[in-house]
Design a protein around this ligand. Structure first.
Ligand SMILES: *Cc1c(COP(=O)(O)O)cnc(C)c1O
Length: 386
């Protein structure tokens, strides 16, 4: 289906609501039935019937259709956060005694899910090097039920070979899950390479305006139904109809936003790579990126998230640089209209915490929709302090 059809029309049944261009926010917790027989029948299949908004809500279902089509999946679910979608995907596919094999350096709360939370239910874990298929194969155990990927990951942008890993997983009867937040469905569709479940922090590129926290899960109808009937209904981390309407509005401009962020990032990456105070830029489509060929194989481009490693002597210099920056905001998250700066040095020397594995001279940048020259001017003045 054409991307324009998905973003502008799919799932919208305007004749049902006064031919309104924008879908209504069906702000209702429950839905009434005309008679006893219909009421009773709806309970035979809650997956396909609006009974109660923890299960189905018509506003949310418009968004579900669009997200499934964007990921070339049969169906999707929307959650109150990316982490709710990630946890649901993992929990639905393990039982006590199972083992999860996870790529190194995933999103921080994914790491904690694997290492703190799941072990309480006797689900063990191992981590593998994302660029090393032999390492992956050697860590598969008879009880491995899930392989969890994040490609690119959201700091050093490391990739995994989706096609090869999906093949290995299928040979071993293992379910594959990928966090596709960083590429977005606009630039990468892992289901095309055989991955079973795609999850997103919809907070990032999918909503794209830094005003909603949300999660997305896409897969086959059977998988989505299984997760609907267990984790979605039982743990209940659902999105509200109001937030859903904001996400539908955000999605209208997915193509415009992704193209802008991508093109500005390419320009800024090239500028940084030519700067004497830059050691390295970590960006999948940089000519210096170790996995550039793999990026070209499985991604159509990349959004504006990347990291830069500076040539500088001290954490104090990174602090001075961060304080001098005016046009990037110092904040977590990414994927909205505004450009952001996340210095890894901020996580060094914290009482009671281990230092991060990533070097202190790495700064993550997110390029929003401002003019790239306006952003370069700001980097240029602040980098004098490095
Ligand atoms: C932000 C983020 C998450 C978590 O999503 P929330 O919507 O904040 O729960 C998961 N994975 C990646 C890569 C992220 O950047």
């Amino acid at each position: 289906m054409h991307l324009s059809e998905i973003l502008t029309h799919l799932g919208e049944e305007r004749h049902q609501y006064f031919n309104a261009i924008c879908p209504p926010v069906i702000q209702s917790s429950n839905f009434a039935f005309g008679n006893f027989k219909d009421f009773r029948k709806a309970f035979d299949d809650e997956f396909h019937n609006s009974i109660y908004t923890r299960g189905n809500n018509p506003t949310v279902n418009i968004l579900r259709k669009k997200l499934a089509a964007l990921e070339k999946a049969e169906d999707s679910l929307v959650f109150a956060s990316g982490v709710a979608a990630i946890s649901a995907a993992v929990m639905a596919n393990v039982k006590a005694g199972d083992h999860v094999l996870c790529v190194n350096a995933p999103y921080s709360w994914t790491y904690k899910l694997m290492t703190n939370y799941m072990p309480r239910f006797n689900v063990t874990n191992s981590f593998f090097q994302g660029n090393n298929l032999d390492d992956l194969k050697s860590k598969i155990q008879p009880n491995t039920s899930v392989i969890y990927l994040e490609s690119p990951n959201s700091l050093l942008m490391e990739l995994q070979d989706l096609e090869a890993i999906a093949r290995i997983a299928k040979e071993n009867g293992i379910i594959t899950i990928i966090d596709n937040s960083c590429a977005s469905p606009y630039f990468q569709n892992p289901i095309e390479f055989g991955i079973d479940i795609v999850v997103h922090s919809g907070t990032k590129f999918i909503n794209g305006h830094s005003d909603v926290v949300c999660g997305v899960l896409c897969g086959t109808e059977a998988m989505v139904r299984k997760i609907f009937e267990s984790e979605l209904m039982n743990i209940g981390g659902i999105i509200s109809p109001h937030d859903t309407a904001l996400i539908i509005r955000g999605l209208r401009t997915l193509e415009l936003r992704m193209e802008r962020s991508n093109q500005s990032a390419i320009k800024i990456v090239e500028w940084l790579e030519a700067h004497p105070k830059v050691e390295k830029v970590y960006y999948p489509f940089s000519k210096n990126f170790a996995q550039l060929e793999l990026a070209k194989k499985q991604m159509r481009g990349c959004g504006g998230l990347f990291s830069v490693q500076f040539k500088t002597d001290s954490i104090e210099n990174i602090e001075r640089f961060s304080d001098a920056i005016q046009r990037f905001l110092l904040a977590v998250s990414w994927g909205g209209h505004e450009s952001l700066l996340l210095p890894i040095a901020a996580f060094y020397n914290r009482k009671g915490y281990k230092d991060p594995e990533a070097p202190w001279n790495i700064v993550r940048l997110y390029i929003g929709f401002e003019d790239p020259d306006y952003l370069i001017e700001d980097l240029e003045q602040a980098m004098k302090l490095l």
